[in-house]
Design a protein around this ligand. Structure first.
Ligand SMILES: NC(=O)c1ccc[n+]([C@@H]2O[C@H](COP(=O)([O-])OP(=O)(O)OC[C@H]3O[C@@H](n4cnc5c(N)ncnc54)[C@H](O)[C@@H]3O)[C@@H](O)[C@H]2O)c1
Length: 388
């Protein structure tokens, strides 16, 4: 197996600069590439700042780490000595394919070419190269230095060796908040593991929000039903990540998995009216005076949401992930969810009462008229219990 010494990170915006920082910290010579000098300069300042902070805590010597950094506006020359290339440019298939082609034409033949895409097909990107066996996905979570999870994804033609290189390098990248966890994703399917696991909860959420609209129930009462989840409640979190993001994600899964994912009336209306949450100052909550802190002890519950339904939906989706051969066993799914979402996965919690959850989901799918929520064959059979 090739020993990776030189990594090139292409696109050093939000994601790329964090990826470059941990690459340098792990000891790799790292080249930051972008089309904009201004963005490169901003990324360098951000990385320097991050490293200075770590130096003040005695974790490392910033100058030593920075000595491994190079920057470039010229992709073709930047990849000449690359062993591993990670692209984190805009989420646009044509742009990504062009980059894969330039890398294929200019990097050494052994170089592994990886994409940090959240939604696009690695298999399709690889068609732009003559070495689809060298192409993989390496999916980081935002921000890469702090989020424990990395998913390493096999495209249809990725070689076992390219996957091993991706896994080994990813495992070597430091995480500043807890231990790094790298999940091997065996198939290039929408959402990979963690985003896929959590996506169909949006179908139930659409129903709950639209029920509020129909019955004139305030959204904060629905939020009170769902309760506090970590530092933010469900709807504060939706506002925080952006209603536009929720809208686009739902459409993406509707286009790639099932029509039932399509945004409901409430999300569509908010998107069209520009009530996007934190970034526009108004979403489910008013953000003009900072992050809203609903006091659920004083808010009347709507009494329409059953949190156990979310568990049943996630357990069902976990079974689909196993059925489709995306993960090797349910422990990987549970561990990946903990590392990527800071929340336990559905298996460990759900298995003791899986038959009850199947029944609950059958009733829910029937009541909501949502085919995608019906329990899959593996879930109904209970055979997943042994697929740890
Ligand atoms: N933002 C997230 O939370 C997140 C999480 C996981 C994965 N991703 C994925 O990471 C990728 C980047 O996302 P982001 O949020 O960092 O985007 P971003 O817009 O912050 O950064 C993209 C960067 O790519 C640069 N770029 C565009 N075209 C280029 C080219 N031809 N060559 C070199 N650089 C180019 C841009 O100048 C910009 O700096 C996307 O594929 C996205 O799906 C994002």
């Amino acid at each position: 197996m090739v020993e990776v010494k030189n990594i090139v990170v292409i696109g050093v915006g939000l994601m790329g600069n964090g990826i470059a920082q941990i690459s340098m910290m792990a000891g790799y010579n790292t080249t930051l590439v972008d089309i904009s000098q201004e963005i490169i300069d901003k990324a360098v300042v951000g990385i320097e700042g991050g490293l200075q902070k770590l130096e003040s805590k005695g974790v490392l010597k910033a100058a030593e780490v920075l000595a491994r950094m190079k920057t470039s506006l010229d992709l073709a020359s930047a990849v000449k000595d690359a062993d591993l290339i990670i692209e984190a440019v805009v989420e646009d298939m044509d742009v990504k394919k062009n980059i894969f082609k330039t890398c294929d034409d200019n990097a050494p033949p052994h170089a592994v070419i990886a994409s940090n895409t959240s939604t696009m097909s690695i298999t399709e990107m690889a068609t732009a190269t003559n070495k689809p066996d060298k192409c993989i996905g390496i999916h980081f979570f935002n921000p890469a230095p702090l989020m424990r999870l990395i998913e390493v994804i096999a495209g249809e033609k990725s070689s076992e060796e390219a996957m091993e290189i991706g896994m080994k390098v990813s495992e070597s990248l430091p995480c500043l908040r807890g231990d790094r966890y790298v999940a091997k994703v065996l198939k290039d399917r929408p959402g990979f593991i963690v985003n896929r696991l959590n996506a169909p909860g949006g179908i139930y959420m659409n129903y709950l929000l639209d029920t509020c609209l129909e019955k004139g129930i305030p959204f904060e009462s629905l939020d009170a039903d769902l309760g506090q989840r970590g530092p933010m409640s469900s709807l504060v979190l939706s506002d925080y990540t952006g209603i536009d993001t929720g809208y686009h994600v739902r459409n993406y899964y509707a286009d790639t998995l099932h029509e039932d994912f399509r945004p409901g009336k409430v999300i569509t209306k908010m998107f069209n009216e520009g009530k996007l949450g934190r970034k526009t100052g108004q979403g489910f909550y008013d953000w003009s005076k900072g992050r809203p802190q609903p006091d659920f002890s004083k808010i009347k519950k709507a009494g329409i949401a059953n949190p156990t339904v979310f568990l049943a939906i996630r357990l069902n989706e976990g079974c689909r992930i196993l059925e489709e051969g995306i993960a090797s066993g349910w422990k990987v799914i549970d561990d990946a969810n903990m590392a990527g979402m800071n929340a336990p996965g559905p298996f460990e919690i759900g298995i003791p009462n899986w038959e009850g959850l199947v029944k609950l989901l059958e009733e829910t799918a029937e009541k909501l008229g949502r085919e995608y929520l019906k329990p899959c064959e593996l879930f109904k059979s209970g055979k997943f219990v042994d697929m740890k």
